[in-house]
Design a protein around this ligand. Structure first.
Ligand code: FMN
Length: 403
């Protein structure tokens, strides 16, 4: 017997209490609503989608999501069936309210085309991008590869995206719609990067220009210096470059008129393939010049994953879990209890989510888990997570205001 689903809309997403609010009552178990039926439907759909190449399947699914989210009754139905019970362990960070800690990681919605759909599935926040200043096609196809037995993906997309101006105008359209309809929209972070042909000396200016175009429409910005498929990008994690990029963006922030509420944090997304020394250096710069970190991006490492040895690109999903969690745990030690960290890499279940939170994440994200888990993924993870209340209560609290 399953509990009936009821729709719940929350009218606003900004609060000004910057403590991480958690109480045991936040962990009321969300009921399952026709869960077996939903899971059977997705198993069937997945069989069909997985007959296509990984990128073709993604594009087809995203196309349908974009169409469906334009039908208000469909969006309400999705909210009702998927998101209505997504209030699990809500928290307040950077003056923003997160109804739950689970976000969709960067790369799924590079161009801000399906934000409303993803929100209606119950994600607590959405990270759009990576967006670059100019539109670019990325690397030649095929460039995403599935490893279903291992719940893993390898991608070498190379920042295919529509460019900052197109993404900004799409987000402006989204905010207009949200205002018109009076609907709930969880926080949106925009992840920014550099175009392939931009060298290290020009990178800070390129990041700043991209920031100035997209930031007004975002609740926060993630500076991506960690994707492995853009030559030279990871070198920008070196303190001298990172300092320069963050310095310019911080200055630009003071001159930006934001359409969104909150403190507009600047976050740094890092790679898992870093030594302890490199991590310490990056953490020191981030503590000084950024408002949080995202750990981690995909890995180039293939240790324990021989299936992927012949495929270049970034590995995500289950084989990444351990390393990315180690990095997160180490970062938490480095930055202390009050600095916001987003944990990402290999979250496929509620147990994985709980482990990331225990390792020190204030918020968590997934991409590959969503690909294998389908539309019920956020709901299932959150439902399982609600059974780990004590573990989540053990996570650190966050009081840090953007500097
Ligand atoms: C197909 C694909 C595309 C991605 N694109 C981006 C991107 O554009 N920018 C970024 O910062 N991370 C990108 N990522 C990395 C994810 O955001 C995430 O950090 C990584 O996949 C680990 O999480 P997961 O194991 O839950 O997938 C991408 C991942 C995948 C699988």
């Amino acid at each position: 017997m399953h509990a009936p689903c009821t729709a719940r809309f929350v009218g606003q997403n900004a609060v000004h209490n910057d403590s991480l609010r958690q109480s045991p009552t936040d962990f009321a178990v969300p009921g399952a609503c026709n869960a077996p039926l939903r899971s059977t439907m997705y198993s069937l759909l997945k069989k069909i989608l997985f007959l296509l190449g990984a990128e073709e399947a993604h594009d087809l699914a995203a196309e349908q999501m974009a169409r469906l989210q334009n039908i208000p009754s469909m969006l309400a139905w999705l909210e009702n069936h998927y998101a209505s019970r997504a209030t699990v362990s809500p928290r307040s960070i950077w003056g923003l309210h997160f109804r739950n800690p689970l976000g969709i990681a960067a790369g799924f919605d590079k161009n801000a085309e399906v934000v409303s759909f993803l929100s209606a599935l119950g994600f607590g926040f959405v990270e759009v991008g990576t967006v670059t200043l100019h539109a670019q096609k990325g690397n030649p196809k095929p460039r995403i590869f599935r490893f279903p037995q291992k719940r893993a993906l390898i991608n070498r997309l190379g920042f295919n995206n529509d460019g900052a101006t197109a993404v900004a105008s799409r987000m402006q359209g989204l905010w207009n719609t949200v205002k018109q309809r009076g609907t709930f929209q969880p926080p949106i972070l925009v992840n920014i990067g550099k175009n392939m042909d931009v060298g290290p000396d020009e990178a800070p200016a390129a990041f700043e220009a991209c920031f100035r175009i997209v930031a007004p429409f975002a609740h926060g910005i993630v500076v991506n210096v960690s994707s492995p498929n853009t030559p030279g990008l990871r070198d920008l994690q070196a303190p001298v470059h990172l300092r320069n990029i963050l310095g310019r963006i911080r200055r630009a922030r003071t001159e930006t008129e934001f359409l969104t509420p909150g403190n507009h944090p600047i976050l740094v997304k890092i790679a898992p393939d870093l030594s302890s020394e490199q991590l310490s250096d990056i953490a020191a710069v981030s503590l000084e010049l950024a408002d949080g970190m995202v750990a981690t991006n995909t890995t180039l490492d293939r240790v324990g994953f021989p299936e992927g040895e012949n495929q270049t690109g970034g590995l995500s999903g289950a084989p990444l879990f351990e390393r990315s969690t180690q990095v997160l745990r180490f970062l938490r030690q480095l930055v202390g209890p009050a600095y916001p960290l987003i944990g990402v890499g290999g979250i496929l279940t509620g147990r994985d989510a709980a482990e990331k939170l225990e390792a020190g994440a204030n918020l968590i994200q997934s991409y590959t888990g969503f690909v294998y888990g389908g539309p019920s993924f956020p709901r299932n993870v959150l439902s399982e997570l609600s059974g780990h209340g004590q573990a989540i209560l053990g996570a650190s609290t966050v009081n840090r205001q953007p500097s």
